[in-house]
Ligand binder design. Structure first.
Ligand code: APR
Length: 238
């Protein structure tokens, strides 16, 4: 297994880089992850809060949870790992950032094009007319919120059991298959289809570099698994 120096050399030489991030990249900004110690899914059940069925059953409860998460995220700022990815994007002729995060910290750090596989917590979508729009109000004045058409509004995120935004997975697969280096940062890699991008990139010939504070199911198959916080390791890798 390669070390940090070897990984840095691969990254320096690569013209085409794709990156996939998960909740772990925002952990050092103070935003809780979903799994692992302190993870949200220890205290909350996804089936109560992050499925279309949960929303149909109790939209107010779901919105209370999202409103609380929006409050937590609003207090957070991008960290050194988010900023390092902006620098990497500037350096590389071909660069794609794929994220599972809905927190918007990559946008706030200054990343350009971002494939937000799981949507965006700062967007709203009307369940009646389908309109979607940004809304950064914290806290939201009225729960559950409604659209101008009178329809019930939902968070602009992808819930368990829902398809990813149209065409986005194809774009992510294209980037993963074209990448010379595929960087996987702060994801437990258990949620599909996102996790499938890791073996996909590897089979397509990319050097896969993982950064995580703990080993994952993919650590043994990647080319380099760097153990530690993204905010420390990523700047060193650049
Ligand atoms: N640096 C790097 N990795 C970290 C750090 C850190 N500072 N802190 C935690 N991690 C790692 C954890 O070890 C864990 O493997 O980040 C990972 C976070 O995993 P999850 O909480 O499962 O987050 P993620 O993989 O993004 O979850 C995928 O599941 O419910 C959802 O929709 C939600 O997009 C999310 C999806």
């Amino acid at each position: 297994m390669a070390d940090l120096d070897q990984a840095r050399e691969w990254l320096t030489r690569a013209d085409s880089v794709a990156v996939m991030t998960g909740a772990g990249i925002s952990a050092e900004s103070g935003i809780p992850t979903f799994r692992g110690s302190g993870g949200l899914w220890k205290d909350y059940k996804p089936e109560d809060l992050a499925t279309p069925e949960a929303f149909a059953r109790d939209p107010r409860l779901v919105w209370e949870w999202y409103n609380w998460r929006r409050e937590t995220i609003a207090k957070a700022a991008p960290n050194a790992a988010h900023r390092a990815l902006v620098e990497l994007e500037i350096r590389k002729p071909r660069f794609t950032l794929i994220t599972q995060n809905v927190d918007g910290l990559h946008d706030r750090a200054g990343s350009g094009k971002i494939l937000k596989l799981h949507g965006d917590i700062w967007r709203m979508r009307c369940t009646a007319c389908g309109a979607n729009w940004p809304d950064r109000r914290v806290p939201l004045p009225k729960l559950p919120p409604h659209c101008a058409c009178g329809g019930l509004t939902r968070p602009g995120v992808v819930w368990f059991g829902e398809p990813l935004p149209d065409g986005m997975m194809k774009e992510a697969e294209h980037a993963a298959s074209a990448a010379q280096v595929f960087l996987v940062i702060g994801t437990s890699a258990v949620v599909h289809p996102a996790a499938g991008l890791i073996p996909y990139a590897k089979q397509s010939g990319a050097r896969v570099i993982e950064i995580n504070t703990e080993p994952t199911a993919y650590s043994a198959m990647v080319d380099c698994a760097l153990l530690g916080p993204a905010g420390e390791l990523l700047p060193k890798l650049l």
